[in-house]
Design a protein around this ligand. Structure first.
Ligand code: ZN
Ligand code: ZN
Length: 371
């Protein structure tokens, strides 16, 4: 079976040691070849010295994969993010770490860059199996219980808040519960260590600094090694898509303001290699930061202009804006996508409010915004 296995990158295809086998005993690379020609996406790729990108498959997502990064030092692995808690993601992570040598048992620490299921979902299972410590920023670490374990209060709060922001009664239940399906993809684990901005992680040969970059989530962190210029940017800066920044019941008052500030703060870092949470590595951080800042400036102007017709709820406004995937109208979006669009619209409105460019008032149990 293994004779079909021939690695393109020197050092990875170690068939003689059997390190590329999946649990079913099949050559990992050959199996990937049979399963639709996506093998290069499922092989560890050395993206900086001692740092390997592990592309973990996502269920039903247009992003298709999330990146976990393994920092390898002998038999010890430090993992940054893990993927959803699905059998496919687990098998991919296991096979890729086995291909590198240490396997899951070699993981000593797992840094979860933020609380979203695609980055956090497998942390519990992997930590349990390896004995690794889980590290997260304090702010996301504190949200784990309410979001994934005792969710009732959060769901009730979300319903009240969606109604306040103009969601009609017939859409309320579906939009409130739109994210519940994701709970099955998270093996809830409270972090062992809560990180703060500026802390150092001495992961030989790197010395990563924790950079607190809130916005996409309340406690998102990037890791930066000044000497090599390697930045693990998580979902804060992605090359092809603009990360979702939404305001909801677990976020700060102005998450878009926080996001734009943390983008600007990152602009001049001496970065040579950006290792993002999704997609391929890239190098032009400053250029990408400029594009993202410009995108949000345009979006803020568009949203303010859309308010020219008179006071509106965030929901009415969101339904009038253009959204990717909603070319046939707002109603064609799935309830969860509508909620994402709504929370993103509110984030922009509240940032306009903070800048003094719109007004907000509450009338008959609805929040109305005015230009
Ligand atoms: Zn995310
Ligand atoms: Zn993500």
């Amino acid at each position: 079976m293994h004779e079909t296995c021939h690695g393109e990158r020197p050092g990875f295809c170690r068939c003689a040691e059997g390190e590329l086998r999946t649990t079913s005993g099949v050559c990992w690379r050959a199996e990937q070849g049979r399963s639709g020609g996506v093998e290069s996406e499922h092989m560890p790729e050395e993206v900086a010295p001692h740092i390997y990108r592990l592309a973990i498959p996502l269920p039903d997502s247009r992003l298709s994969t999330v990146n976990a990064y393994a920092v390898l030092n002998g038999d010890a692995v430090r993992l940054v993010d893990c993927g959803w808690n699905t059998p496919e993601a687990y098998e991919a992570l296991k096979a890729e770490l086995s291909a590198l040598g240490p396997g899951i048992a070699g993981i000593r620490e797992i840094v979860v860059t933020h609380i979203h299921p695609d980055h956090f979902g497998l942390a519990g299972r992997v930590a349990e199996e390896s004995g690794a410590r889980v590290l997260m920023h304090r702010l996301d670490g504190q949200l784990v219980g309410a979001r994934y374990a005792d969710t009732r209060a959060l769901i009730d709060e979300m319903e009240v808040w969606l109604r306040l922001n103009g969601v009609p009664a017939d859409e309320l239940a579906a939009m409130t519960e739109g994210s519940l399906g994701m709970l099955r993809w998270v093996d809830t684990r409270r972090p062992d260590v809560l990180l703060e901005d500026g802390e150092r992680l001495a992961w030989e040969p790197y010395r990563f600094e924790v950079i607190f970059t809130p916005g996409h989530s309340a406690g998102l962190i990037c890791l930066f090694d000044r000497e090599s210029g390697v930045l693990l940017s998580s979902d804060h800066v992605l090359q092809r898509i603009s990360p979702h920044v939404g305001l909801h019941v677990q976020s700060s008052a102005d998450p878009l303001g926080a996001y734009l500030d943390s983008l600007r703060a990152m602009h001049d870092l001496p970065v040579t290699t950006v290792l993002p949470g999704h997609g391929k590595p890239f190098s032009d951080l400053a250029g990408r930061v400029d594009q993202l800042l410009e995108h949000h400036a345009e979006r803020l102007d568009t949203i303010r202009a859309t308010l020219a017709g008179g006071p509106a709820t965030a929901h009415d406004l969101a339904a009038r804006l253009t959204w990717r995937g909603a070319e046939d109208g707002w109603a064609t979006l799935e309830p969860f996508q509508r909620r994402m669009a709504l929370t993103e619209t509110i984030a922009h409105l509240e940032h306009l409010l903070a800048e003094g460019r719109v007004k907000r008032e509450e009338l008959d149990g609805r929040v109305l915004y005015t230009a």
